[in-house]
Design a protein around this ligand. Structure first.
Ligand SMILES: [Zn+2]
Length: 415
């Protein structure tokens, strides 16, 4: 089946000094427009009870460009325009969460749009319009031809360019190009699998496969703790503090890349080889209250795992089922359906106390098996992007047998 998919290609730029200055200016204009728009929305809302749209704000900003904001003529008009669009999305997101909160479905923060500060990095800007790619460069409106660090990464033909986002992280500039392309989706005949995402190990599959975290993570976490201390010990506003913060940012960047790389390998393999993948919906709001570093980094990974899996499933013809987070997949016995209300996060092994079952199983494997069982119960309810929601039904009563099984630490998917 041939389908049109939207995807992004992100790669690092090799900019000269003049181009860096131009990019900084664009990012600055985007940040300015975002902050200005945020303030305007609040002002207008306070005065009239109505919030101006991105189009209203853009019109107003254009008028200001002729007087006090004439410096904005130096950048592409897309940068502020797209920033105002982002601001609109941020408000949509906020109102969506506010609605969930009213319905009692959300515990965490609402995330009211915040001002963008230069302290948090130079940020990014998005351009639309005349974008062209070459094996070693990209051509952008106003910025001209920018060299790429990697050759031949962008698709050469058969794609429609939608937009390009240029961003900075720890001194490195990248461009992400959003394209529309036709793609042949194969028929996936692989098995069904349940996936339990964890902190100690990246993921446990219901077939017993354990996918470990990338090895350097632990060592780097120690180093990051040390670097954090180094930053807080330096005097606020000092040059040394800035320097220490920069080193810290670089290490975060490396960790983020390593983790993204592992996630890409795992999600590609799952989407390619399994016909149905059942994962648990992530309690991101609850997770954000946990301040432990390892947990925080794992959390980012969970959301990214789900995002990657969803779009890759649509490429490789597999289906993703997202189980409701309200159902206790780790507390339910995968053998008989008995629920252990007293199971805590510290319990690494699931022990069934049903006298006729007495299943003993690795906690994560038990959860993964429960998830895989959901696949059968929800085959009809799926939406366009291949995801479906399912409550965790109690597994059917099965023959009562004592299974004493240690977790199979099978060959990991990644080395
Ligand atoms: Zn049991």
């Amino acid at each position: 089946m041939l389908v049109t998919v939207t995807r992004a290609y992100k790669t690092e730029l090799a900019l000269n000094d003049r181009q860096v200055t131009a990019c900084k200016r664009h990012a600055g204009a985007a940040r300015y427009a975002y902050n200005w728009g945020l303030a305007r929305k609040q002002e207008v809302y306070a005065a009239t009870g109505k919030s101006p749209s991105a189009i209203d704000l853009h019109r107003e900003l254009n008028a200001l460009k002729q007087t006090e904001l004439s410096w904005m003529y130096e950048v592409s008009k897309c940068a502020p325009q797209e920033a105002l669009r982002n601001l609109d999305n941020a408000f949509d997101h906020f109102f969506r969460r506010a609605k969930l909160k009213r319905q009692g479905k959300l515990k965490g923060k609402l995330g009211f749009p915040k001002r963008k500060s230069k302290k948090q990095g130079l940020g990014s800007f998005r351009l639309t319009g005349a974008i062209a790619v070459f094996p070693d460069a990209i051509q952008l409106p106003r910025l001209g031809r920018l060299r790429l660090k990697e050759r031949g990464y962008f698709p050469a033909a058969g794609v429609k360019m939608l937009s390009a986002t240029v961003s900075e992280q720890a001194g490195h500039w990248s461009v992400s190009v959003q394209v529309e392309q036709a793609r042949e989706v194969p028929t996936n005949i692989g098995p069904i699998v349940g996936v339990d995402l964890g902190v100690k190990t990246l993921a446990t599959l219901s077939d017993g496969t354990v996918i470990p975290n990338p090895r350097p993570l632990k060592r780097r976490l120690k180093k990051i703790k040390r670097l954090h201390k180094a930053v807080t010990r330096k005097q606020k506003g000092s040059k040394n503090r800035k320097k220490a913060a920069r080193t810290l940012a670089k290490h975060y960047r490396t960790i983020a890349h390593q983790r993204a790389n592992t996630l890409h390998q795992v999600t590609t393999r799952l989407a390619k080889t399994k016909s149905v993948i059942v994962i648990e919906d992530l309690n991101v709001a609850g997770m954000l209250t946990n301040h432990q570093l390892a947990q925080a980094i794992a959390d980012v990974g969970f959301a990214e795992f789900k995002r990657q899996l969803l779009y890759k499933a649509s490429w490789y013809g597999s289906r993703v089922i997202i189980a409701s987070r309200w159902e206790p997949s780790s507390k339910t016995c995968s053998g008989c359906g008995w629920v252990d209300e007293e199971l805590t996060l510290a319990d690494r092994t699931f022990r069934c106390k049903n006298p006729e079952c007495l299943l003993v199983l690795d906690r994560d494997l038990n959860a993964a098996i429960n998830l895989s069982k959901l696949a059968g119960s929800s085959s009809d309810s799926r939406n366009a992007c291949g995801a479906a929601s399912a409550g965790l039904s109690r597994p059917a009563q099965v023959k009562l047998t004592v299974v004493k099984q240690e977790p199979n630490t099978l060959r990991p998917l990644v080395g």
